[in-house]
Design a protein around this ligand. Structure first.
Ligand code: A2P
Length: 306
């Protein structure tokens, strides 16, 4: 999997098609998608255009998508991936992830009440996973994994899985480094992908309750960027790559798309890496409080196992 990919969460209708087209022109070969982002149909138009124009060949391209929380029932997995494939206009995708270790009633886009949720006791991940494995057997998905999983949840999944999860996509940036999770994943040959690597400054207002200073404005990151003559975002992206994770910064701006892609070429010194290591605050921007609905079995503590 190309370590540097394009994130498409928050890339709105009317802008994501151009962003993906531009990214493919620049040289991005990894696009991260999900049906809940509400834009896979437009991403699909950009992918088809680029494939038909010969900008990129399908086998050079890595496309990830994710199973939404309302489709964890084994019989719902196949229709969910078929909808994604139809929207993306692809015959297969490279990686399919269980988006959250959280189950919702069928048809619930985003939950508002405890009734919208389904207990994991009632619909465990261990029941969803065999349906994910079948997609690989059938060739419509090349690799399977998860997102927002703790080491504890990965351990439980690995215990029953026939095909082991190959990827865990989680929030990672210098304020949330999750070194123990990275060590766990490395030990078990599970890749880790960093989402919100720039601290997701455009996240919805409802997710800003726990706002702290933006990691993009961190003075240590700023000083390293200034010394290297690069942008702070480039330091954050290169830091992710240099510590061995994949990274999917989102942008819909042509200059920033190019800037982010060029970050792969920067080199951070050991001193830079240790200065950044010292910035960890275990601060999540995406806190998961939206699943902890009163009266449901979900809490932030059980979500992250912390
Ligand atoms: P835009 O899409 O207008 O470029 P994350 O990947 O952590 O979710 O962060 C995405 C946010 O960061 C978006 O608001 C995006 O804005 C912005 N962004 C993307 N690239 C850069 C960059 N190189 N410098 C500053 N902000 C950036």
């Amino acid at each position: 999997m190309p370590l540097l990919g394009l994130g498409t969460w928050k890339s709105g209708p009317g802008e994501v098609q151009d962003a993906v087209a531009e990214a493919l022109q620049i040289g991005y070969r990894h696009i991260d998608c999900a049906p809940v982002y509400g834009n896979e149909h437009e991403v699909g138009i950009a992918l088809t255009d680029a494939l038909e124009a010969g900008v990129v060949a399908r086998n050079e391209l890595w496309v990830t998508s994710k199973l939404w929380n309302d489709s964890h029932a084994p019989d719902d997995v196949r229709p969910a991936i078929e909808k994604t494939l139809a929207d993306l206009r692809l015959g297969y995708i490279d990686l399919y992830l269980i988006h959250w270790p959280v189950a919702q009633r069928k048809g619930v886009g985003f939950p508002e009440h405890a009734d919208d949720m389904v207990d994991l006791d009632e619909l465990p991940i261990a029941e969803t996973w065999p349906a994910m494995e079948e997609l690989v057997d059938d060739g419509i998905v090349r690799h399977i994994g998860v997102s927002n999983f703790s080491a504890k949840k990965l351990d439980a999944l690995r215990a029953t899985a026939h095909r082991k999860p190959e990827m865990n996509q989680v929030e990672l940036h210098p304020y949330l480094q999750q070194q123990e999770l990275l060590d766990y994943c490395s030990a078990h040959h599970i890749g880790l992908t960093a989402y919100s690597p720039l601290g997701s400054p455009d996240r919805p207002a409802g997710l800003k309750a726990s706002d702290g200073p933006p990691v993009l404005d961190d003075p240590v990151i700023g000083a390293i960027a200034q010394r290297l003559g690069v942008a702070p975002a480039q330091v954050l992206i290169r830091w992710a790559i240099q510590r061995g994770t994949a990274v999917i910064p989102k942008s819909v701006n042509p200059e920033r798309l190019a800037q982010n892609f060029a970050a792969a070429e920067i080199e951070l010194t050991e001193e830079d890496m240790s200065q950044i290591a010292a910035l960890d605050q275990h601060r999540r921007y995406i806190t998961g409080t939206f699943w902890a609905l009163e009266g449901s079995s979900y809490s932030v503590a059980t979500l992250w196992d912390e």
